[in-house]
Design a protein around this ligand. Structure first.
Ligand SMILES: [Zn+2]
Length: 110
């Protein structure tokens, strides 16, 4: 197993996991509760970590992550949106409703 990414925000790690899985790379998240349980800031300095199970996937995983990070940096966040389930107003930087976890209905795939 190889650690390929970690980030203070679990939603970013979770999103990258789904990106890698969609590329056929098997992954595992560790320290999943590190930031989520504490809300704003983790109590410890342990961040959620994204690991690839097969060491052979490490280079490809890292290049996918790098492309994803560059694309996110170059693309301004989408417009604010309204959750279709609970009607909460959600800022465009979030791909999921902060209140109930519903994914944005029209978020473009990265
Ligand atoms: Zn919601």
């Amino acid at each position: 197993m190889k650690l390929v990414f970690d980030h203070i925000d679990f939603t970013v790690v979770g999103h990258l996991q789904s990106v890698l899985e969609s590329e056929g790379i098997r992954t595992e998240i560790r320290n999943e509760g590190a930031s989520r349980a504490a809300g704003e800031l983790p109590i410890s300095e342990v961040y959620p970590e994204l690991w690839v199970l097969d060491n052979a996937d490490e280079a490809r995983a890292k290049s996918i992550i790098r492309e994803f990070r560059e694309a996110s940096n170059n693309t301004p966040p989408g417009p604010d949106w309204t959750c279709p389930v609970c009607k909460e107003h959600v800022e465009g930087v979030f791909s999921e409703c902060w209140n109930c976890g519903t994914p944005s209905p029209d978020r473009p795939e990265v």
